[in-house]
Design a protein around this ligand. Structure first.
Ligand SMILES: O=C(O)c1cc(=O)[nH]c(=O)n1[C@@H]1O[C@H](COP(=O)(O)O)[C@@H](O)[C@H]1O
Length: 276
């Protein structure tokens, strides 16, 4: 999916919500345990109940890898269940020497090889240009590069100053030369709203993937104050607050209610910004 198609989907659905599919077997509603693949059933029902309210889904691969071969198969089948109009993010935080990154890129982008073809993958910038460029060789596929993450430990390296710039600022400035805003997004945590003005100065046109609303306490309105751009430019992710909104047979309805509340807030924000 290209940038214009993503923006059109945002306008059509009046939403820039990304739902994180991070399922843990122990937290699933008990009635799903009778299914052969309870996590797949959980994901399918969540997707069916929410896909008109969100523009993206982001399964974090850790939640699948932890279950070995079975988990990977659940990830493939979950990908197969995504409606064609949604933007899909493999949250795998990959990046390695070039020939290894090329294998990671195939794993997430090349359906003939891996039975999955996500629109994007999250990538760590630490190993530099040649570790990121293999992901950029696929048309209409995206790299979502970690810039300023939502966690406490982001202070350990990302906000450290060197050569008059914080490390995350250098990540954005340097990587902007590797790909245009048609192929490069940045991860910026919702827990750091005070940094969005600065980030928009460095990356005015890029989409930002913003995790950290909901369970991590980030505020949607604070993110949007400086985060929006002329094509919205934001994909705001929530996982636990939506997928575990209910724990009974009505879990998908409860998830829908939670997603609807966020979508309605987003619609107001998009209207006020005259983007819809
Ligand atoms: O890359 C990410 O998606 C990510 C980056 C970041 O800085 N913080 C962050 O929470 N995430 C991911 O976003 C999701 C957040 O989930 P919830 O806190 O449950 O909404 C998890 O899959 C995290 O791994």
């Amino acid at each position: 999916m290209n940038k214009q198609q993503l923006f059109e989907q945002i306008q059509r659905k009046k939403s820039f919500l990304c739902i994180g599919l991070d399922p843990v077997l122990d937290k699933l509603p008990k009635h799903l345990l009778k299914y052969e693949d309870p996590i797949l059933e959980f994901n399918k029902q969540l997707i069916d109940a929410t896909h008109d309210l969100c523009v993206a889904y982001k399964p974090n691969t850790a939640f699948y890898e932890t279950r070995g071969v079975k988990g990977w198969s659940t990830l493939v089948k979950t990908w197969q269940h995504f409606p064609k109009d949604v933007f899909t993010i493999a949250d795998a935080k990959r990046g390695d020497i070039g020939n290894t990154s090329a294998m990671y890129a195939e794993a997430f982008f090349n359906e003939a090889s891996s039975e999955m073809s996500f629109d994007s993958v999250t990538v760590a910038p630490y190993m530099g240009r040649d570790s990121v460029s293999p992901f950029l060789s696929y048309e209409d596929k995206w790299v979502i590069l970690l810039a300023l993450t939502s966690n406490e430990g982001s202070k350990d390296f990302q906000t450290k100053q060197s050569d008059d710039q914080k490390l995350y600022e250098q990540v954005i400035t340097t990587s902007s030369q590797w790909a245009s805003s048609e192929q490069m997004m940045y991860v910026v945590g919702a827990t750091k709203p005070e940094e969005f003005q600065n980030i928009r100065r460095l990356a005015p046109d890029n989409f930002l993937l913003v995790p950290g609303v909901g369970a991590q306490g980030g505020s949607l309105s604070a993110v949007c104050e400086h985060g929006l751009n002329l094509q919205c430019g934001l994909l705001v992710n929530a996982a636990r607050s939506i997928i575990y909104a209910g724990s009974g047979e009505d879990f998908a309805e409860k998830a829908r209610e939670e997603a609807l509340a966020l979508q309605q807030e987003m619609e107001q924000i998009l209207t006020a910004a005259q983007l819809i």
